[in-house]
Write a protein that binds this ligand. Sequence first.
Ligand SMILES: Cc1cc2nc3c(=O)[nH]c(=O)nc-3n(C[C@H](O)[C@H](O)[C@H](O)COP(=O)(O)OP(=O)(O)OC[C@H]3O[C@@H](n4cnc5c(N)ncnc54)[C@H](O)[C@@H]3O)c2cc1C
Length: 473
Amino acid sequence: MASRHIIAVGGSDAGISAALRIRELDPTTEVTVVVADAYPNFSICGIPYYVSGEVTHWANLAHRTAADLAATGMHVLTDTRATRIDVDAHTLDVLGPDGHPDQLAYDAIVVGTGAVSARPPIDGLSGPDALGTDDGVHLLHSMGDTFAVMDSLQQRDPATAVIIGAGYIGLEMAEALTTRGIAVTQIEALPEVLPTVDPELGWLVHGELERNGVEVLTDTAVTGISRTDKGALTVAASRNGEPVSRTVDFVLVVVGVRPDTELATDAGAELGIKGAIAVDDTMRTNLHDVLAAGDCVHTHHRQLGLTWLPLGTTAHKQGRVAGENAIGGDAHFAGSLGTQVVKIFDLVAARTGLREHEVEAAQRGWQPVSTTATPDDHKAYYPGATPIHIRITGDRNTGQLLGAQLIGHRSAEVSKRVDTYATALFHNMTVEALSELDLSYTPPLGSPWDATQMAAQAWVREHQLMSQQRLAR
Ligand SMILES: Cc1cc2nc3c(=O)[nH]c(=O)nc-3n(C[C@H](O)[C@H](O)[C@H](O)COP(=O)(O)OP(=O)(O)OC[C@H]3O[C@@H](n4cnc5c(N)ncnc54)[C@H](O)[C@@H]3O)c2cc1C
């Protein structure tokens, strides 16, 4: 009997995770990964550290080498673009490296086409000539974009740069370009940088950028980019209604991504939130034997229901579920909490769950109240203790933990501390119950009550409810 054949379209986190899971569960299933570029299983999350020079060779960004992937038994077709899924015939049309068309038959297909950079409506950024040749204006999402950025940096040797966007990738790139000795101006349309955390915490990141020589312009909407005769670039913007401009050698536009859904929608896939492919929690689309995972699909969120939250962590998990179900399994994606972390120079910012203004969208009747505390990361008598700013949001009525945001020094284990809150959220714990967790302690690294617990106690003290309820009983 011919073995079953599964195709994964996309060779990044979702596509490769699906392929790996299939080969792990059933080595008799033939798996083909179709990848539009030449970089399967590369960690695009590491791009800023290659640009900064901390990762010395682009090849080091590979999660697995071509040989590692081949050793799993999967076939990887690089420089091969999937152009059409015929759902009834169970075939996929592709264009190979030489532009030669081919057709592959499948039993099930996993679409992991990911996301592409959003291109904001800025004069000089759209149109046939924009970004066609290297004029020093770049988007950044793929390895291809990265090589274009690196060529530009090497050829133009810029002294100055504007980064449009101060989300987490914009911030990582501000650090990367600063590390290369480039003077950076960071422009953000919203009132504060890192808009994924509350402005009072974003303000701390703002300070860290300025301490490291980055000029930060918030409340500033870029309207146009124009080229001067000498190859410099003028970025024009409006700041609180007043015109402002900067003339620099290099411009990076990192204002977010949008799901890449064309292949799936052409085949008849329904779209969900924010134009991403609609899937259920088994990663099945509305099309027979077509599954999808990663940045191209909407996200099941444990608190919000459906949203769109493109993250590598989520893409890996969804890909694994899709792979298992492509061969007849019954796996379910347990849902995201939007847990994320970013390092900006010597600071680390992290969040999980919901912020106050996001709670209403969950429609669960929660009444969010928040408290910010600043416990030290470890005992003050041991050298190097630093405060962590921890903002906890919980439900006023039930005391249920709803979210946490943390900012601290990079030595303060912020990323693992946010994971404590993420674990508590996953298990629907109350804020007060965090104090019952048996967490580790030694003076150079923590306190008998961990910082996560001290912040929880501050929330309980301010909102008093659980203790009052107990006393009333
Ligand atoms: C600079 C940067 C830093 C990041 N940092 C983090 C981080 O720290 N933490 C985190 O959780 N996330 C991070 N992310 C986000 C994370 O990288 C993405 O969420 C993740 O890569 C999504 O994986 P994916 O497989 O869904 O899609 P993508 O990574 O977008 O990959 C899509 C794949 O599909 C292929 N493809 C597309 N169309 C076709 C077609 N028609 N035919 C064949 N192949 C096709 C592409 O070539 C690619 O291989 C970062 C992203 C960037 C750009």
